[in-house]
Ligand binder design. Structure first.
Ligand SMILES: Nc1ncnc2c1ncn2[C@@H]1O[C@H](COP(=O)(O)OP(=O)(O)OP(=O)(O)O)[C@@H](O)[C@H]1O
Length: 250
């Protein structure tokens, strides 16, 4: 990025039908990795995606949900969702495309907002509508940057279940940047833990989430446990002395 190297020696493979979370501290290169996969930042090395026959996937097969920024767009909610079909739209929006957008909104429980101004929605509602936009084109590669950052618990579960189910049903390659380690463990098949621009650990939630690795990467003493259903959860205990004062922010 400019003359600054953000990521180094990233060697990762993402498989169709797998939901992968990218984890790691702030400023460590997670968004940059998604942007490199989208071809949005200059990078050396290669990012390649293949279809079932081994041919390269076209850019139109990718969908990218960027980090939440409150938008002042004058478009209505349904217009924002239809933009997700931008590669298929012509001068006229067909009734079928409009129906597709309504179905997508219905699936996310947002149909009642269809004619509202996108700018006047809450942050969480804008995030859900943006997800509808990302999904409507049935992407084969779905890149989600903190898709649940503005959502309450119910909507976090809804979004992560939807992303997981979509990934399996459509054999999509789905990669999401997440900060909630327990949610990542609950919904993702694979975790990729980044720190200082490098992959520190990757694998199943059980492989990646352990006290030693998380304490080292986040500088926080944590307790990694298993709930009665067998899911991994991470509870923070305290900042480690090497992390500095809790009053000093970044
Ligand atoms: N447009 C930019 N120009 C220059 N440097 C940038 C730019 N965007 C990001 N960076 C730098 O690249 C590094 C990685 O940023 P990135 O946004 O990828 O981190 P991140 O892991 O996604 O962080 P967060 O969890 O805070 O969203 C940071 O040091 C950041 O300052």
């Amino acid at each position: 990025m400019g003359r600054k190297t953000v990521l180094e020696q990233i060697d990762a493979t993402f498989k169709a039908g797998e939901f992968t979370a990218i984890l790691g501290p702030n400023g460590t290169g997670k968004t940059t990795l998604l942007k490199a996969m989208m071809g949005l930042v200059p990078h050396t090395g290669k990012v390649r995606a293949y279809d079932e026959s081994g041919g390269p996937l076209s850019r139109t097969a990718y969908s990218y949900l960027c980090q939440l920024n409150k938008s002042s767009s004058e478009l209505t909610v349904i217009e924002v969702v239809l933009l997700g079909l931008v590669h298929q739209l012509s001068w006229r929006i067909t009734a079928a495309q409009e129906q597709q957008a309504e179905t997508m909104l219905q699936e996310l429980g947002l149909l009642h907002l269809a004619t509202r101004s996108f700018a006047h929605l809450s942050g969480g509602q804008q995030q859900l509508v943006s997800l509808a936009q990302a999904l409507i084109g049935r992407p084969e590669v779905l890149l989600l940057d903190e898709p649940t950052s503005a959502l309450d618990l119910k909507h976090q579960v809804q979004v992560l279940e939807l992303a997981r189910d979509y990934t399996r049903q459509h054999q999509c390659i789905t990669v999401a940047v997440l900060h909630d380690l327990s949610m990542a463990a609950r919904y993702c098949d694979r975790l990729l833990l980044l720190d200082q621009g490098r992959v520190q650990r990757e694998g199943s939630p059980n492989d990646v989430l352990n006290n030693e690795t998380l304490s080292r990467v986040y500088q926080v003493e944590v307790d990694v446990g298993y709930c009665s259903q067998g899911h991994t959860y991470v509870t923070p205990i305290r900042l480690l002395p090497s992390a500095g004062s809790s009053k000093q922010i970044i």
